[in-house]
Design a protein around this ligand. Structure first.
Ligand code: SF4
Ligand code: MG
Length: 330
């Protein structure tokens, strides 16, 4: 598969009254064309900040301070705001959890669909209108001609989410970043939207980064899974590997927290403790305060990312091969 995105050692910091705090701490990963990478972890682990960093949409006090983001072999961290704006909504698009914040309440749906097509694809208003109708049909919105004249508040949540997907896909982006796009929707609509995104991904050979805290959604749509904890990538691998052979204690905890739908008596096991605050100083492994396997070494030294097998890495000392074993096999 052809590589689309390569992120290396990305660090994102926020300027605060307490000094510069790191929300993303040197993460690396890739996304191929036609592949869905799910980023999972608890709220506050850095997954949304990662997507905003990629899109160049960090808030005022946020900044990428280290690392590179190669998108189609061009480093986005070196691009000017104007160049990034040309890429956004064109080559790379993002959809958010709450469509009401992303859609503009004062413009009708038609305007919001035509705008990227007229700006990025240089279409005439008439051409853009034809395309807008086609896009609404593609995302399964009935009566598209009537919808063009409606405003966001006149649509249901599921419809708004579909409109946002239509806008995001208008210019056929090669990378789509979706941040918890279905969390606010009921299960049936959620399933429809996930199916739709999967179909469009295949049809357009898009790379998709899907941010979620829902392991059920991950099982459904991911090709690969990246688990984040406290600003770091703790485990990354193919979806089958992550679900069937998770290595990192945090990943195992996340999977154990998935409620069993067939068994209502099954208690929701969860990971004790909470995610550390971004301003908390933690020596060693950042998960050690919640890990039942933590040793003195874990409390003193941050583990590197160990290769478990091809395409599977875990940032945990449990993966370390003892030195005498190494000499025995060499
Ligand atoms: Fe737990 Fe140690 Fe592994 Fe961290 S390095 S996850 S503390 S066993
Ligand atoms: Mg978030």
């Amino acid at each position: 598969m052809e590589q689309l995105l390569q992120v290396d050692n990305l660090v994102t910091q926020f300027r605060t009254a307490e000094g510069n705090l790191s929300a993303v701490r040197g993460i690396s990963f890739t996304v191929n064309k036609g592949e869905t990478l799910c980023i999972v972890g608890e709220s506050g682990c850095g997954k949304s900040i990662t997507s905003l960093s990629l899109m160049g949409l960090l808030p005022q006090n946020g900044k990428i301070t280290e690392g590179s983001i190669l998108f189609n072999n061009e480093d986005l961290t070196k691009k000017k705001e104007e160049e990034l704006r040309r890429l956004r909504g064109n080559k790379m698009s993002m959809i958010f959890q709450e469509p009401m914040t992303a859609l503009n309440p004062v413009f009708d749906i038609g305007y919001q669909l035509r705008e990227p097509l007229m700006i990025h694809r240089k279409m005439s208003k008439k051409e853009a209108n034809v395309k807008a109708i086609e896009l609404l049909e593609q995302v399964g919105i009935p009566d598209p001609i009537k919808r063009l004249k409606q405003y966001p508040h006149e649509l249901s949540g599921g419809m708004r989410q579909r409109v946002m997907i239509a806008i995001a896909l208008a210019c056929k982006p090669s990378l789509l970043i979706a941040d918890e796009p279905t969390t606010a929707l009921d299960v049936t609509i959620q399933a429809q939207i996930l199916d739709l995104m999967d179909d469009l991904k295949k049809e357009m050979d898009m790379g998709v980064i899907f941010v979620t805290h829902d392991m059920g959604v991950v099982a459904e749509i991911a090709d690969r899974v990246m688990v984040m904890y406290a600003g770091e990538v703790v485990e990354i691998g193919d979806v089958e590997t992550i679900f069937n052979h998770p290595q990192h204690p945090y990943t195992k905890g996340l999977l154990a927290s998935v409620p069993n739908v067939d068994d209502e008596t099954h208690a929701l096991e969860s990971i004790p403790g909470t995610l550390p605050n971004i301003n908390e100083k933690i020596e060693g492994c950042r998960f050690h305060t919640r890990c039942e396997f933590a040793t003195d070494k874990c409390r003193a030294q941050s583990p590197p990312s160990f290769t478990v097998s091809e395409n599977h890495q875990s940032k945990c000392w449990l993966q370390e091969v003892p030195t005498h074993d190494k000499s025995a096999t060499s």
